[in-house]
Design a protein around this ligand. Structure first.
Ligand code: AKG
Length: 303
């Protein structure tokens, strides 16, 4: 069991520093998968997320981490003489697009598909949705080296999934221990409601656009990346809310709603570990599926 990681005195995202005051920065609430599905469903409805401790086998997650990092090793990303599963960054710049090319191959690997549809994960969603589920083929696999200043901006996922059901859920899976300093996901507390009203406003604005543009995250009514903003501290102030962070451990999964606003911070790990994570989507099979997500992810797929 790993103790909580050191929380950096400052958390930064895309050049903006998160306010550390308790009314602006807090901790995610943890849930145990054994708590019972009704309790978990109620909590999800209340909070917009579930941080499920140890849903997956730690060994499976660490094994996947080792595999991914040993494929990144030939790119010179790992410090010499270190264990690939640790993922200690060498400080070397990756040749443009090489890491993404490897990630793009990995998401097509049968072993990765098996990981994402493992019994515990699929079983959780079957119980949660109360029926047969669909796992979207498009699965995003991310690697973030320490010090990289560009982070995921504040957004809610329906922006990219507008042609399907809004009951779709994301499972964000840290691939390896990911203490706060490593820049894992941060959630804006209580923001499921804000995501719903932002989306309602976009639907009204988008009504006159042609159908393909209406569902696009990048139409003229959206920001360049489809994000709500890069400025996390201002958003928290505007909504009178706070960003929630966590020391994630290998085996944890965070399930969030399609409206829950989330973002990432710079990886400032004092041990200089590379952050690996995947984000994948589950929904009921009998609900509308956004067919744009029926193909494997690649970083240039325009979604
Ligand atoms: O890992 C990240 O930086 C972003 C993940 C994300 O946006 C998601 O899980 O929906």
């Amino acid at each position: 069991m790993n103790g909580p990681g050191a929380v950096p005195s400052v958390l930064v995202s895309n050049g903006f520093t998160l306010e550390a005051a308790p009314e602006r920065l807090g901790r995610l609430k943890a849930s145990e998968p054994s708590e019972g599905i009704d309790v978990l469903r109620d909590r999800f409805a209340e909070e917009g997320y579930l941080w499920l401790k140890g849903l997956l086998s730690r060994d499976d997650v660490v094994g996947l981490r080792r595999r991914i990092l040993s494929l990144l090793e030939p790119l010179g990303l790992l410090a010499g003489g270190t264990d690939p599963a640790e993922g200690i960054y060498s400080g070397r710049d990756e040749r443009r697009g090489e890491g993404h090319r490897i990630m793009g191959e990995l998401v097509r690997w049968e072993g990765f598909e098996a990981f994402c549809s493992s019994k515990n994960l699929r079983g959780f969603f079957e119980a949660f949705f109360g029926g047969a589920v669909h796992l979207h083929r498009r699965k995003i696999l991310r690697h973030t080296v320490p010090g990289d200043p560009s982070c995921t901006g504040a957004h809610y996922d329906l922006t990219y999934l507008r042609a399907g059901t809004d009951s779709v859920c994301t499972a964000w899976i840290p691939i390896g221990d990911t203490p706060v300093a490593m820049g894992g996901l941060t959630y804006l507390e209580g923001s499921d409601a804000a995501g719903r009203s932002l989306e309602a406003a976009f639907v009204a604005k988008n009504a006159s656009l042609p159908p393909q543009e209406r569902i696009s995250a990048y139409n003229k009514n959206m920001t360049a990346e489809g994000w709500v903003t890069r400025d996390l501290p201002s958003l928290a102030r505007r909504l009178g809310s706070r960003w929630l962070v966590a020391d994630y451990e290998a085996g944890d999964v965070v399930v969030h709603s399609a409206y829950m606003i989330h973002a990432a911070t710079v990886n400032e790990d004092p041990r200089r570990r590379i952050r690996l994570s995947t984000d994948i989507r589950y929904q009921r099979v009998d609900e509308r599926i956004d067919t744009r997500w029926n193909s494997h992810w690649n970083p240039d797929d325009g979604l």
